[in-house]
Design a protein around this ligand. Structure first.
Ligand SMILES: [Zn+2]
Length: 469
């Protein structure tokens, strides 16, 4: 209810005649995310190019362990493949920090990179999350210019390739210690000796959607070849052996003086997460909502939902339109939930941002229970009643084109559509118009807020950067 009031207030404050502008702006926001502009490489490398590849972990430090997955071994396979591939390019010297299963501190790895006068260090990893709920690929970079920009340009070359493979993209990110320095040791230690470094987290070994990307040696090696190809693009390399030429390759635009806005760490959860009730079908077992979400700092990445008032949550789903590489996402989308028969759902939605901070919607409490199909209903409707099995409540975004499987249509000849009275028809039209208007107004408002907030943040990050060094 609250959310409806909120939108209502916005409507009253809105001038008539602004409708066309609002519609255009809403369509632009939803369908035209800002393209990443092409630019030259920020980093200036000398005559000789030296790349260090760092297979994560090693020895006693095994990294992520999940089933038969042992991260230190996976990292090594991928790093070796990256090394072999990169050596096929002209004019590049490639080193590995470790060539066997050995313990090696992060400072030692950085010192090695410095000793060979490395231009870049790529640290190779696979990920897992505490609750086994995360999926997707990410690149961690320095929080400080200009190394931030170097890592960003590399990440913008690599991550679209991983997305092409079907992986979800979690972004190019930064993290800090309490003292303000880079959190990740390999990035911090490398930067201390003047070597730019990134951590590549290829995917999550403990989530079903990612497991199929890293379960054979061939797949781990394929990741290494993509890491190398992105490095070749980043450095503008050519390879007569491979017959490719990346000289003059355009990278994502980046700034040398401040951290890239898309990498600035977000310490606050999403500002908006609202569920607007649209419709309930107590017989068929479905609830429809309009979901509205916004984060003024980083894009929304996932959502999950609860049907039991927050006791349990579904697995995470990609937030519609989420693009961590441009910072865009769809701020309003319709959502249909299947409700198991006999349930009186209390629905809560969670919106997660780029740094996995989430905001919960106010609960929607169903005013009545969903029907338990009785023997009579089964007789008259044949097999038409097809309640979802217990505990497998599926959630599908609707109106998302290819995003979700279409709901099964009722078998032909059964359940002839009820006659619709003129009154009902008019009500439906009004409801549809109201929903459309809400979407437009909401998008417009979010876009305006977002712009204001981003402007402010740009100012802030400029200031804090100047204070630091
Ligand atoms: Zn690792």
């Amino acid at each position: 209810m609250e959310h409806k009031n909120r939108i209502g207030k916005q409507q009253t404050g809105f001038r008539k005649g602004a409708g066309f502008f609002a519609l255009a702006a809403a369509l632009f926001t939803v369908f035209c995310p800002l393209p990443v502009q092409a630019a030259e490489r920020l980093q200036d490398v000398g005559e000789k190019l030296v790349v260090v590849i760092d297979p994560g972990h090693g020895g006693e430090n095994e990294g992520t362990k999940e089933g038969s997955c042992l991260e230190k071994e996976m990292d090594y396979i991928t790093a070796m493949a990256m090394c072999r591939e990169l050596m096929q390019y002209d004019g590049v010297e490639v080193y590995l920090t470790r060539t066997e299963d050995q313990d090696m501190s992060l400072a030692e790895r950085a010192a090695f990179a410095a000793s060979v006068e490395a231009d870049f260090l790529f640290s190779i990893h696979y990920n897992a999350s505490e609750n086994h709920e995360l999926f997707g690929s990410e690149v961690w970079v320095s929080g400080f210019a200009p190394f931030n920009g170097y890592g960003y340009q590399y990440g913008q070359a690599l991550l679209p390739m991983l997305r092409q493979e079907g992986l979800f993209i979690r972004g190019i990110k930064t993290r800090f210690l309490d003292n303000g320095d880079n959190y990740y040791g390999i990035i911090r230690e490398s930067e201390a000796v003047g070597v730019p470094a990134v951590i590549i987290e290829h995917c999550h070994v403990d989530e079903a959607r990612d497991q199929g990307y890293c379960d054979t040696r061939e797949k781990l090696e394929a990741f290494g070849r993509m890491d190398a190809e992105a490095a070749a693009q980043y450095f503008g390399l050519t390879s007569s052996a491979l017959g490719v030429d990346y000289s003059g390759y355009s990278l994502a635009q980046a700034r040398a003086d401040i951290p890239q806005p898309l990498t600035v760490r977000d310490e606050t959860p999403p500002e908006i997460c609202e569920l607007s009730f649209l419709e309930a079908d107590y017989g068929a077992g479905s609830l429809s909502f309009l979901v509205s979400g916004a984060d003024y700092d980083t894009p929304l990445l996932y959502y999950s939902y609860s049907l039991d008032g927050g006791q349990t949550y579904s697995s995470r789903e990609p937030w519609p339109g989420s693009d961590a590489l441009t910072g865009s996402y769809t701020d309003t989308f319709p959502l249909q939930l299947e409700i198991p028969s006999g349930a009186t759902p209390q629905v809560i939605l969670r919106a997660y941002n780029l740094y996995d901070l989430y905001t919960e919607s106010a609960p929607y409490i169903s005013p009545q229970a969903f029907e338990t199909p009785g023997p009579e209903a089964v007789e008259t409707a044949g097999e038409a009643q097809n309640p979802a099995p217990e505990g497998t409540n599926s959630l599908e975004p609707v109106g998302e084109g290819e995003a979700g499987p279409a709901r099964e249509a009722a078998p032909a000849g059964e359940e002839a559509p009820e006659e619709v009275s003129v009154g009902t028809f008019l009500k439906l039209c009004l409801a549809a118009a109201a929903v459309l208007l809400s979407v437009i107004l909401f998008s417009q408002l979010i876009a305006a807020h977002g712009r204001r907030k981003r402007r402010q943040r740009r100012k802030d990050s400029g200031t804090s950067r100047n204070q630091r060094k």
